[in-house]
Structures are given as structure tokens and as C-alpha cells.
Design a protein around this ligand. Structure first.
Ligand code: BGC
Length: 379
């Protein structure tokens, strides 16, 4: 193909469902996001709901690259950290917006035993394995397919993780469906099946700043977590196995509290995490959809609720961001410029018999749902 033609194809925008800009109707747009180092095409899909909320999702890592939601005066801002171009993501980053798998968070000593057999994983975080290993789902190229839904716009991403990939057993067939509903929710449905018993723990690693990405630290955000206990960790951030009550600790977010209110208190767990970087044990039954978190950004009035079927949530406040990454619009991501609520099973569950199981049996179905719901507090 002549270069000019291929360039045209590259930048060509295909509008599915309905045309772009037809206000009041959800729509989906597809464009090229460039190529991976080995020359594979990467796509960027933009989903817009009936109220004008918009999210960009790329087939590289299933990454949510942008999410534009209104404040109390109706002004839209992008509330997730990330990069303007694929190159930013290819250069390496702390999992901005990505789908995490096969195992969200850490597996101690990068190994686990299942059905009497030991499986060795890549140790990519000290002696531990973090977020699926060296090439986790955050670096996979996903196949995309727009789906027709009643109440919004949806994109299905699928990926086949081969038997033995990153040390995990079984061919794992994964589907993640992102739905942007007309009710201002970004809903993420996760599905997986395997042909051998394995372990699975999928999540999304979006870093939020409800004041707008790059607009300062997140310490003033008010957070409420529906959790009476959390899983304390050791120096490698591996849970000790204890479920500790949050009562009387800086981990008590049962009442709306600013993230920064107690983060500098002398506390052994805060010290080990370099701030909040822990798993909270959510109230209510895992497997049923219930509200896990509510976040309010007082300046803009933006509110985000997190609802999930998962038993836990990792609340991480960007303790490892250090100003070395330049993100969208040239914004520099300084210490604690974003927070994550990674809904999940507890870290290191494959080695913790008392934690809810992350084993996926051959022939059975993995299925979880998480919703990030946006609104504005009118005051
Ligand atoms: C972990 C952090 C880690 C971060 C990666 C979080 O899920 O809990 O310890 O640094 O992901 O950016």
C-alpha cells in the first residue's frame, strides 16, 4: 500500500453505532493508536455516553487512557492518569489504567502450590511477583469487539493467555467488557475459563484524580470505604494472613475522611506501605454487587462510587509516583498525584489458605463485575 494511503487508513476514524457528535446518543469511535515495537497495530476506542461522558480504551493492555466527567458546574475534565500517545505506555509505567492479570497484586516469593504441584512465577517485585509478572495482561494486545447494549456503549476485549505464560498453568481465555452506561457508570465485567486448574485475580489499575489528571495531589479527596478490616502486610507488602480491625487505626475509612488526614501518623503499617497501599476486606458477601467506596473531591464536587462483587479492594495512593513521569498534556505526575481502588481478591491468596480462594477449576467460569460511578455533589 502506498505510504499516503496507509497513513490515511491509520488516521481513518470509523464510527460505529451512530455518528460522532450526534448529541444525546451513546457512540463509539475507533482509531489507530500506533504500533507495538514488533509492528502490531494498536487501536484506540472512544466510548461516549448520552450525557457526554467519554472514555478512551486501547487494545494495548486494555488500558483506560482517558475518562472525561463533569464537575458540579458541568465542566469536563480527564480524571485518570496516563499518556497522550502509545509510546508513553510502551516506555514503561506503573500500570496506569491497565487490566491486571493473571493475578492482581502480589504473590509471595513468586510461587504457589496447586493440586500438589509448585508453580514458579517471575519475581518482578523483589522476591515477589506483582500484577501478573514480567509481561502481564497490562502489556498484552487485546482483541476488541464493540457490543450493542441498551443503556450505553460497550467494548469487549479478549485475550488468550497460553498455558505456562508467566508460569501460570492452563490456557486461560479472558474477556473484559467495558460498558459506559447512560447512568454515568464505567462498568467492567471480567470473564475467564481455563482448561487446567489455575489461579486468577483480575482487576483494573486506573489512577484517579477527581480534580483532573495532573492537577495536584489527591490528599484532599474524601474517602469512605465499606470495610471493617484490612490485611496488614510485611516489609515486602505481602499479607501476614491476619484480618485486622480498622477501629482506632488510620485505616478506618468507615466515615468519610480526607486521604491525607492521617497518612503521616506514626503507624507501622503506614510505614511499611509508604502510605496507604493495602487491601481492605469489604463488608457484605463477595459475589453480590455492593458499594465498596465513595470518593468526593470537595473543590470540583466530583464524586466517584465504586461498586463490586469482589471481596476486597486495594487502596493505593501513588506512593511510588515521584515526578519522573510526564503524562497527558505535559503534566508531571508527582508523589501521590493519583489514587487507585483496585477491586480484587486479597493479595497472595494462593499461599493463604484462610483467604477467599482464587482457584479457577478447569471447566468452571470466572466472573466478576466492578462499577465506577460518577456524579457531582451540588452543595
Ligand atoms: C500495588 C503497589 C504498586 C502499584 C504499582 C499497586 O497495586 O499495591 O504496591 O506499587 O500497584 O504501580
Amino acid at each position: 500500500m502506498p505510504k499516503i494511503l496507509s497513513l490515511m487508513v491509520l488516521f481513518m476514524t470509523i464510527t460505529l453505532t451512530v455518528g460522532v457528535g450526534q448529541k444525546g446518543k451513546a457512540n463509539l469511535k475507533k482509531e489507530s493508536f500506533g504500533k507495538t515495537a514488533d509492528g502490531q497495530e494498536v487501536e484506540l476506542y472512544t466510548l461516549t455516553n448520552a450525557k457526554g461522558i467519554e472514555t478512551g480504551i486501547t487494545t494495548y493492555g486494555g488500558i483506560v487512557v482517558s475518562l472525561k466527567v463533569p464537575d458540579r458546574s458541568g465542566k469536563f475534565d480527564d480524571v485518570v492518569l496516563g499518556f497522550d500517545t502509545l509510546d508513553g505506555y510502551l516506555k514503561g509505567h506503573p500500570y496506569f489504567g491497565a487490566i491486571i492479570g493473571r493475578y492482581g497484586n502480589r504473590i509471595g516469593k513468586a510461587r504457589f502450590t496447586l493440586n500438589g504441584k509448585e508453580y514458579k512465577l517471575a519475581a518482578n517485585n523483589g522476591e515477589n511477583s506483582l500484577h501478573g509478572g514480567t509481561k502481564g495482561f497490562d502489556k498484552a494486545l487485546w482483541k476488541a469487539r464493540p457490543l450493542t447494549v441498551k443503556d450505553g456503549v460497550a467494548l469487549e476485549l479478549s485475550y488468550l493467555s497460553k498455558d505456562g505464560e508467566e508460569g501460570y498453568p492452563g490456557n486461560l481465555s479472558v474477556r473484559v467488557v467495558y460498558t459506559l452506561t447512560d447512568n454515568n457508570e464505567l462498568k467492567i465485567d471480567y470473564f475467564a475459563t481455563t482448561d487446567k486448574d489455575t489461579v486468577v485475580n483480575l482487576t483494573n489499575h486506573s489512577y484517579f484524580n477527581l480534580a483532573g489528571q495532573g492537577n495536584g495531589d489527591i490528599l484532599g479527596h474524601q474517602v469512605q470505604i465499606n470495610a471493617g478490616s484490612f490485611t496488614p502486610v510485611d516489609a515486602g507488602l505481602i499479607p501476614t494472613g491476619e484480618l485486622r480491625s480498622v477501629k482506632g487505626t488510620p485505616f478506618d475509612f468507615t466515615q468519610n475522611t480526607a486521604i491525607g488526614a492521617r497518612v503521616n501518623q506514626p503507624d507501622e503499617q503506614l510505614k511499611l506501605g509508604r502510605g496507604y497501599d493495602h487491601n481492605w476486606v469489604l463488608t457484605g458477601n463477595a459475589g453480590t454487587m455492593r458499594q465498596a467506596v465513595k470518593v468526593v473531591e470537595p473543590g470540583t464536587g466530583r464524586v466517584m462510587e465504586v461498586w463490586t462483587t469482589e471481596p476486597g479492594v486495594q487502596f493505593y495512593i501513588g506512593n511510588f509516583l515521584d515526578g519522573s513521569l510526564k503524562g497527558k498534556g505535559g503534566k508531571v505526575y508527582q508523589h501521590r498525584y493519583g489514587f487507585c481502588f483496585e477491586t480484587q481478591h486479597f493479595p497472595d491468596s494462593p499461599n493463604q489458605p484462610k483467604f477467599p480462594s482464587t482457584v479457577l477449576k478447569r471447566g468452571s467460569r470466572y466472573r466478576t463485575t466492578t462499577i465506577y460511578k460518577f456524579s457531582a455533589d451540588q452543595k
